[in-house]
Write a protein that binds this ligand. Sequence first.
Ligand SMILES: [Zn+2]
Length: 365
Amino acid sequence: MSAVLNELLACSPYELSQAEKERVFMPALREAALWHYQASPEFKKICQGKNFDPAQEFEIIDLPYIPVPIFKKFDLRSVPDLEIIKTLYSSGTSGNPSKVFIDQATADAQGKALTKILTSFLGKERRHFLIFDSPNSVSSRSGELSSRGTAIRGILTMAKRFTFLLDDELKLDQEKLEKTLNELNPEKPVCFFGFTWLIYNVYLQYAKQLAEALSKVKNSDTVILHIGGWKKLQDRAVSKAQFNQDLSTTFALPKSSVIDFYGMTEQLGTVYPDCSAGHKHAPAYAEIIIRNPETLLTQPNNQLGFIQLVSPIPHSYPGISILSEDMGILLGTDDCPCGRKGKYFEFKKRSEGAEVKGCGDALDL
Ligand SMILES: [Zn+2]
């Protein structure tokens, strides 16, 4: 890992003010931009198309972005094939999934960022993770992993131990749940984890049994971390507020213990959990920019737009600046009531089908 990236990853994720953060973030980002410019012909082409030269001084907003559909159409790599240790596949809602190629350096940096971010929410002590998924979800075929498997494996590195609560048909294994809860040490908070839609499916089928079993979990620091897949809940017309309410009632936990977190396969490691004020924060290792859906210019605070994610962490593929198809709004900088510094935002929706404008011309190969 390079010295400037190492220095950045040594920072605590949310203690630096925006100005302090940029002093350590920009050197790492400039170095990463230079690296991908020379290592990835596709990234170089996009930069040249925007008259962008990473050898010149630049600001975060000047760095060209790769629209996320490009990862579906091309195999983007910045290192030789031999150095790739795993290939990740995103959950494409339509058409091909994104392919993301990871080398050891990228995996190490991602792991470091993920640990630091989740420690801020779960505390330093490792927890027992109870996972609403089947053990099958993390089995891979020849180094290829689904996005669900990828996310779960990433989170398992944070766990002291873990238990899968669903069977292969994704039904709740009630016996296993009972047994696991009976054996818990009431002094130690646990972490329930799973995909949002899957947790909600289980809740719909087993609300009563869950509530009964979970009444034994007495530790008030227990949290429910859930990730991704609001689309499937929107189809059921379940709002995030309703979801949080239903889960906090069933699990007998405060609503602030139900933590939604946002992340992308194209930038693993830097995840965005909800803080106690219900906001998502850009950690020291990444930056969020909101772009107008029509003009793609940067939006002022409180205006809806596409979420752009910038991070110097990707080394083996040029994913340092990605324009997602997700929509969000920036809320403020350095002044969230939860005390975390830096920019904070709200995730609004996955804009299914609304392709980012102009992405087709971005890389005309
Ligand atoms: Zn906050």
